[in-house]
Design a protein around this ligand. Structure first.
Ligand code: PSU
Ligand code: MN
Length: 308
């Protein structure tokens, strides 16, 4: 995409723009995980490690966030530091136009990061776990905008499944309704973020980055408007057994309800409380799984570029 054709609300870093003109593979990264998903300094360490991992696997990282009314694709170290240390908004699809018009700063969730990536022509994105259908959604109606974004924006999201605080069967049903392919990476079960397995069978599984790239290319050549989920289970060494984590999730969920926390504050609260209740073990798991996703995303991006 030429610089002249770029959207006026997009600000692509020199490194990412150069990578694009040289035809290199690029992987998008989100910023909500830095600003609202992990405490300082783990958030900053993780954010910059993810960039290094992507580089060491032959691709160029493009962390996405909003600064001064622009969707910035590719951040400076100073911008990463600001996200990790300053309070900022959590922006999903519906928040983005207002934040840009107000010339605000903010961290982008999976949905808003996908929008930025697609505007910049980036097709692969790594995160920890996507948002999904919350437990109790039948009364709260709380369903993450990440799910509908996946149906309409052509970016493949490499993640460790959806966060286990969610209702995973409903999340998969919703994705099916939306026509979003969910591909297990070397697994035939939907991973449950902190845990490798959820008991939910996936019908599609890929054994290699080339397999994933072939599926993505086919989907886009068919003219599908959306993306796909590449579900990559956490490494066994960092996984937390289901029964152990479920106890703490249950506790965090009832506190959340007791405190009447709603809407976009729910996920950051739950991640923080579960990390406290597990004495940091869930944070260690989260850091490990997102690193593994960055590695796989770089491999998929390279496979996609060479398949072109
Ligand atoms: N993955 C993580 N930590 C996070 C997130 C993903 O390991 O904090 C963020 C993503 O930005 C995702 C958001 O879009 O959580 C989901 O928020 P909600 O449930 O409010 O849609
Ligand atoms: Mn929500």
């Amino acid at each position: 995409m030429s610089v002249l054709m770029r959207n006026r609300f997009l600000n692509v870093s020199d490194e990412v723009a150069d990578a694009q003109s040289e035809g290199l593979s690029i992987v998008a990264l989100e910023s909500t995980i830095i600003a609202h998903g992990m405490p300082f300094p783990e958030n900053l360490e993780t954010g910059s490690d993810l960039e290094s991992i992507i580089r060491s696997h032959g691709a160029v990282p493009a962390t996405i966030a909003v600064f001064d009314g622009k969707i910035c694709v590719g951040l400076s170290n100073e911008q990463l530091h600001r996200l990790a240390t300053e309070k900022c908004m959590k922006l999903s699809r519906r928040d983005l136009p207002f934040a840009l018009a107000q010339k605000s700063n903010g961290a982008t969730t999976v949905s808003a990061t996908m929008i930025g990536a697609a505007l910049a022509g980036i097709r692969v994105f790594a995160t920890g776990g996507i948002g999904g259908v919350h437990r109790g959604a039948e009364t709260s109606f709380d369903i993450s905008a990440d799910l509908t974004e996946l149906a309409q924006t052509p970016v493949a999201v490499v993640c460790a499944g959806a966060k286990s605080m969610l209702d995973l069967p409903k999340t998969l049903e919703y994705l099916e309704t939306q026509g979003v392919p969910v591909i297990g990476y070397q697994t035939s079960e939907f991973p449950a973020f902190y845990t490798q397995k959820s008991g939910l069978v996936l019908e599609m599984s890929a054994q290699s980055p080339d397999d994933v790239a072939a599926m993505l290319n086919t989907m886009w050549q068919l003219g599908y408007p959306g993306g796909a989920i590449v579900a990559n289970p956490i490494d066994a060494a960092h996984a937390i057994p289901h029964e152990e984590i479920e106890m703490f999730i249950g506790e965090a969920l009832s506190e959340c309800e007791g405190l009447n926390i709603r809407g976009k504050a729910v996920t950051p609260f739950l991640l923080k409380r579960v990390a406290e209740l597990t004495s940091g073990r869930s944070l260690t798991a989260n850091k490990a799984l997102v690193r593994s996703n960055a590695r796989l995303a770089a491999q998929v991006a390279v496979a996609l570029t060479s398949a072109e």
